[in-house]
Write a protein that binds this ligand. Structure first.
Ligand code: B1M
Length: 215
C-alpha cells in the first residue's frame, strides 16, 4: 500500500540525504505507517543496498558515511515514537549494550537498544569501540541481567569472544547472560565462543533477552 513511500525512504538512504530521510519519516508517521515498519521496509533496505554497492566499489567511504547520517536522521524521528509506543511499565530487566573494541558501527546496536527500551528493559548503552573490560565493569555496577555485544566487522567479532572471557574471569556468569549480534555474526559463532544467545535482528533480540531473563 505504501510501496512508493518505502521506495523513497530507501532512496534517501542511498542518496545520503538526511533532510529527505527525516521528512519521509515524519510523513510516514502521519500516514499511519508504524515506526518499525518504516525502518524494516524503508530504511534498512537502503542500508543493505549501500553495503552491496560499497562491496562492489560503486560507493565509497564518504558515501557510506552520508548514508549513515541519513539513517540517523530518520531514526531521530522514529526512535521517540518507538519508545512512546512501548509506554511506561515496570523494568523487565537491565541490559548493557555496546559495539566491540575497534568497531564504530552503531545503527543496528542502537536499534536493538531502542526496541529493548520500548519493551520495558532498562538499557545502558556503552556506545561504540568499547573495551571488553568495560562491559564487565558496568554489568557489575548495575547488576545487569544481560550484556549485549554487537560487531559489524569480521575482524571485530573476536571482541565478542573477549567479552565472554572477561565476564567468565570476573565470575559474573552464569548470572549475567551474554548475547551477540551484528551482520557477520552467526548462531554457530555464538555457540563457538560460549555466548548465551544470538539474535539476527532487533526484534529477535527482544524475544531472546526476555527468554534468557525468564529462564
Ligand atoms: Co561499514 N562495513 N565500515 N561503515 N558498513 C559494513 C559492515 C560492510 C559489510 C560493508 C561492505 O563491505 N559490504 C563492511 C564489513 C565487511 C566485513 O568485515 N564483513 C564494512 C567495512 C569494511 C567498513 C570499514 C572497514 C570501511 C573502511 O574504513 N575501509 C569501516 C570500519 C570502521 C570501524 O568500525 N572501525 C566502516 C565504516 C562505516 C561507516 C562509519 C562509514 C558507517 C557506520 C556509521 C555508523 O554506524 N554511525 C558504515 C556503514 C553504515 C556500513 C553499512 C553500509 C551499514 C551498517 C548499518 O548501519 N546497517 C554496512 C553494510 C551492511 O551491513 N549491509 C557496513 C543497518 C543496521 C540496522 O543493520 O547494523 O546489521 P545492522 O544491525 C542489525 C542486525 O545486524 C542486528 O540487529 C540490527 C537491526 O535489525 N544486530 C544485533 C546488530 N547488532 C546486534 C546486537 C545484538 C543483536 C542483534 O545483540 C547484542
Amino acid at each position: 500500500m505504501h510501496s512508493d513511500h518505502f521506495a523513497a525512504m530507501r532512496q534517501s538512504i542511498i542518496d545520503g540525504a538526511p533532510e529527505s530521510a527525516s521528512t519521509l519519516a515524519r510523513q510516514a508517521l502521519e500516514l499511519g505507517i508504524g515506526p518499525l515498519e518504516a525502518i524494516d521496509q524503508g530504511y534498512v533496505p537502503g542500508m543493505t543496498e549501500v553495503g552491496t554497492q560499497y562491496a562492489q566499489h560503486q560507493m565509497f567511504l564518504p558515501d557510506m558515511l552520508a548514508s549513515a547520517e541519513a539513517m540517523k536522521a530518520a531514526m531521530a524521528v522514529l526512535e521517540p515514537e518507538l519508545k512512546r509506543r512501548g509506554g511506561e511499565r515496570p523494568s523487565a530487566g537491565t541490559v548493557i549494550l555496546g559495539t566491540t573494541k575497534g568497531d564504530i558501527h552503531e545503527i543496528g546496536k542502537t536499534l536493538v537498544g531502542t526496541l529493548l527500551t520500548a519493551h520495558g528493559f532498562k538499557v545502558h548503552d556503552l556506545g561504540v569501540d568499547v573495551p571488553s573490560e568495560q562491559f564487565a565493569v558496568k554489568a557489575r555496577e548495575l547488576a545487569a541481567d544481560v550484556v549485549g555485544v554487537s560487531a559489524l566487522l569480521t575482524t571485530t567479532m573476536r571482541g565478542q569472544k573477549s567479552v565472554v572471557e572477561v565476564l567468565d574471569r570476573e565470575q559474573l556468569r552464569p548470572r549475567v547472560k551474554i548475547i551477540v549480534g551484528g551482520a557477520p555474526v552467526t548462531r554457530q559463532w555464538a555457540e563457538e565462543i560460549g555466548a548465551d544467545g544470538y539474535a539476527k535482528d532487533a526484534i529477535s533480540a527482544v524475544a531472546l533477552v526476555r527468554d534468557l531473563i525468564q529462564r
